[in-house]
Design a protein. Structure first.
Length: 246
């Protein structure tokens, strides 16, 4: 179930990324900036920055944009301080939603996120109200192609410290602990594997199944939240894999 829902989410996000590349670059730039502030501008000494740069390159963010973000965060081109905040709540029909943001104005962002929840018929809750239903894991998704040998992938992934490799119809999912995600990603990359996505995420322990109309309302709320410039990630436990939501 987890893999199916993950792949469905990836396909939706890819379509949005292609349509909103400028907005995606803004979000990736913030992630790079925060990583630099936290651990310095050398990606070899700063795993979080290394992961942020890798994610930016996956989205085809130009190298000059990446370098500009690093210099800006280092103070070479001026600086903006972003704060990391996580909001938790419920959408309509009790779907659990986690929103991770990077913002330079906590009050503005809180008001905007709360408004979106309220308008949809959902509600924001206290910290921890839904996060207990999720596990933080590294997820590396690799598309099944003729070039990908499953046995080799499993061997490389486990050799690097991955927890598991799942066969999920159209893709393979490599599961890691957050602490060794970077090491596994780099090892697979060096061995020639290409990723559809690679990130540390909040993975639902269980999923909620709704009908088509109810699911569309949840996904509309997720889209509205993701469109906010301050929002980095939105996680939810809706399973919509088998629905026709075109």
């Amino acid at each position: 179930m987890a893999g199916h829902s993950k792949w469905a989410n990836i396909k939706r996000k890819k379509a949005k990324t292609d349509a909103q590349r400028g907005k995606i670059f803004t979000k990736l730039g913030r992630a790079i900036s925060v990583a630099v502030k936290e651990g310095g501008s050398d990606p070899e000494l700063n795993p979080r920055l290394k992961d942020a740069i890798a994610k930016a390159k996956e989205a085809n963010m130009p190298n000059e944009n990446i370098e500009r973000c690093i210099k800006k965060a280092s103070g070479e081109l001026g600086s903006v301080v972003y704060e990391e905040i996580t909001y938790e709540g419920y959408g309509p029909n009790g779907v659990a939603i986690i929103v991770e943001v990077l913002t330079d104005n906590r009050n503005r962002t809180a008001g905007e996120i709360r408004h979106l929840f309220d308008r949809s018929g959902g509600s924001l809750g206290a910290t921890g109200c839904v996060s207990w239903m999720f596990d933080r894991k590294g997820i590396i998704v690799i598309e099944k192609t003729e070039e990908v040998d499953e046995d080799n992938l499993i061997m490389c992934a486990l050799e690097a410290g991955a927890d598991d490799v799942l066969d999920e119809d159209e893709v393979f999912e490599v599961i890691t602990q957050p602490t060794n995600f970077s090491e596994v990603r780099e090892h697979l990359e060096k061995n020639g594997f290409k990723f559809i996505s690679a990130d540390v995420e909040m993975v639902p322990q269980n999923y909620v199944k709704l009908n088509e109309e109810e699911s569309k309302k949840i996904l509309a709320l997720v889209d509205q939240i993701e469109d906010n410039d301050d929002v980095q990630h939105v996680y939810h436990n809706l399973d919509f894999e088998d629905l026709n939501l075109e």
